[in-house]
Design a protein around this ligand. Structure first.
Ligand SMILES: [Zn+2]
Length: 268
């Protein structure tokens, strides 16, 4: 069976040795790689991944251009990338068009690191443009160790965006809201235009709770993901294998939903 990891991270070689320890210190999280592209490829292959998505994040407007060029350079075979725009940047929409032209598969927002609330009307034109370009958007959703007290993307905000932008293809990372599963159940579960990824679900969900949320939301709208290097394929896969899902359901989550969502065919 193919296995596609929908949520991974890496950095340019020159930045990785500094960036990863710094992020680990800020977040208090341990990590399982050295943050480079080569390490990500090697670890994913060793863990049995057929392919993966790298989510890149520009943490200031001036980074957008280089981050998206790096993302484009990372794409090969079954390796795909989301680009990034700093949503309040003057040229955010221009960069969105460049992301599309570069052939990147979507856009990742990390509102904690990008310092905005996802339901701020100031960024709505960016969502509108993403919908028009048919660029899916992934939001870091729920709590983040970087900003434990202020949640910039709650499950309720995801629901608001999905109502306001019904054609925007939304992916709520971390099962739609890290450490906020009661709100995920209340606001996100069952919504037709919100997909979720399972990145770092081990941080706050038991296998049984994870399986329950997946079934109630709809197995066809769930992507397997790890958040590597912050978690591993083995750990996140073990959670799903124990979640009481059938092999047919796991097959959808592991790769079939990704193939359908992006219109791609993975190759062995
Ligand atoms: Zn992540």
């Amino acid at each position: 069976m193919y296995l596609f990891d929908m949520h991974t991270h890496c950095f340019p070689d020159a930045l990785a040795p500094k960036a990863l320890p710094r992020l680990a210190e800020i977040s208090g999280c341990v990590y399982y790689g050295d943050g480079t592209y080569d390490d990500l490829c090697a670890k994913a292959a060793a863990a049995g991944c057929t392919g993966f998505m790298i989510l890149h994040i520009a943490t200031k407007p001036s980074q957008m251009h280089s981050v998206n060029n790096f993302a484009a350079a990372c794409q090969k075979g079954n390796v795909y990338c989301f680009g990034s725009v700093f949503p309040t940047a003057e040229n955010a929409i221009e960069e969105l068009h460049r992301i599309k032209t570069l052939g990147l598969k979507g856009v990742k927002f990390h509102p904690d690191y990008q310092e905005f609330f996802v339901n701020d009307p100031a960024v709505f034109p960016v969502y509108e443009a993403a919908a028009a370009l048919d660029l899916p958007v992934t939001f870091h959703a729920g709590r983040d160790p970087y900003s434990p007290n202020i949640v910039h993307c709650t499950p309720k905000m995801l629901a608001e965006i999905s109502e306001r932008f019904p054609t925007l293809r939304i992916i709520g990372a971390h099962m739609g809201g890290m450490e906020m599963d009661a709100d995920v159940e209340k606001y996100v579960v069952g919504r037709p235009n919100i997909y979720v990824d399972t990145a770092f679900a081990t941080r706050s969900l038991s296998p049984a709770r994870c399986g329950e949320l997946i079934r109630r939301h709809g197995v066809e709208k769930v992507f397997f993901a790890t958040d590597f290097p912050w978690s591993t394929v083995d750990a996140e896969r073990r959670l799903l294998e124990q979640a009481g899902l059938s092999s047919d359901e796991l097959e959808q989550i592991y790769y079939k939903n990704v193939e359908r969502f992006f219109g791609i065919s993975l190759t062995a």
